[in-house]
Design a protein around this ligand. Structure first.
Ligand SMILES: NC(=O)c1ccc[n+]([C@@H]2O[C@H](COP(=O)([O-])OP(=O)(O)OC[C@H]3O[C@@H](n4cnc5c(N)ncnc54)[C@H](OP(=O)(O)O)[C@@H]3O)[C@@H](O)[C@H]2O)c1
Length: 264
């Protein structure tokens, strides 16, 4: 009998990971390669992507660097087209590019609110709809994994745009799982505070203490903690899993950070 561990492998498969120049996306691209996939690494900074591509190649897999700003429809289309042209198939899409810092509600313009929505939701929606038919056409089936956040689960002051964006991403994931079944699975991960450059942008000692105090597993996440879950959800090990939002967040049951409320 074959080992159950074979179901975690992605041999001969092709994965696109957006925002894979750094952080969770980079760790995910490398995890995909460790599992045997060829990987399309994409973001806006080619020098970062070249470094991640090198690590994919060191693992004996092919890497394709595609510069892509996920906010641009033409670039999203080109990302999927180039993947299929170069590798002849597409099996996995990881919608990882996204994010936003805190912004008090009363200081958030409608334009800013919509920009966060476009970055976290519309871009992933578009890439999913561009990719799913190509997955079915070239590989017979496929898997989409969306990188969401605990901010979409727990309302908290200062995170209305990001929280709404990630909550919408979660519901979009559950909806697309219904639209695309049975051929393409769609799942998401509710990530908690994870040590990447995005977090460093607003990290300080007080914030770190508060995050640790509110995190039952008493540590911050590493990008590989998330990458391991992406691998599971993308792989045949999760062949009976769709429409789920998995938590990789140290067990938080409320917001790990506290921002001030509006002062009227
Ligand atoms: N770190 C956390 O604590 C945390 C917690 C919850 C959820 N998340 C989610 O995890 C995901 C990744 O975050 P991270 O912490 O790994 O961020 P990160 O370390 O800042 O890396 C972000 C990656 O995305 C790329 N990127 C940024 N804007 C882009 C755009 N418009 N188009 C394409 N690529 C773009 C960046 O490269 P370029 O700038 O060169 O394009 C970089 O490669 C995000 O969706 C975020 O919301 C993170």
């Amino acid at each position: 009998m074959k080992s159950i561990l074979d179901r975690f492998r992605l041999d001969e498969q092709v994965a696109i990971v957006t925002g894979s120049g750094r952080g969770i996306g980079a760790a995910t691209a490398i995890a995909m390669a460790d599992a045997g996939a060829d990987v399309v690494v994409s973001a806006r900074t080619v020098s970062d992507l070249e470094q991640v591509a090198e690590q994919v190649r060191e693992r004996g897999r092919r890497a394709l660097v595609v510069e892509c700003d996920v906010l641009d429809e033409e670039q999203r289309r080109a990302l999927v087209d180039r993947t299929v042209q170069e590798f002849g198939r597409l099996d996995v899409l990881v919608n990882n590019a996204g994010g936003s810092g805190p912004s008090p509600a009363l200081d958030t313009s409608v334009e800013d609110f919509e920009a966060v929505f476009r970055f976290n939701v519309s871009s992933a929606f578009s890439l999913s709809c561009l990719s799913a038919p190509r997955m079915v056409e070239t590989a017979g089936k496929g898997a989409i994994v969306n990188i969401s956040s605990v901010a979409g689960r727990f309302p908290q002051p200062g995170f209305v745009s990001y929280g709404v964006g990630k909550a919408a991403l979660d519901f979009m994931t559950r909806s697309l799982a219904q639209d695309f079944a049975p051929r393409v699975r769609a799942n998401a991960i509710a990530v908690g505070s994870t040590l990447t450059s995005a977090l460093e942008n607003f990290m300080n000692d007080d914030l770190e203490r508060a995050m640790l105090a509110n995190t039952p597993l008493s540590r911050l996440g590493q990008p590989e903690d998330v990458a391991a879950c992406v691998l599971f959800l993308a792989s045949p090990a999760a062949d009976y899993v769709t429409g789920e939002i998995y938590g990789v967040n140290g067990g938080v049951t409320r917001s790990p950070v506290e921002m001030p409320r509006a002062s009227f």
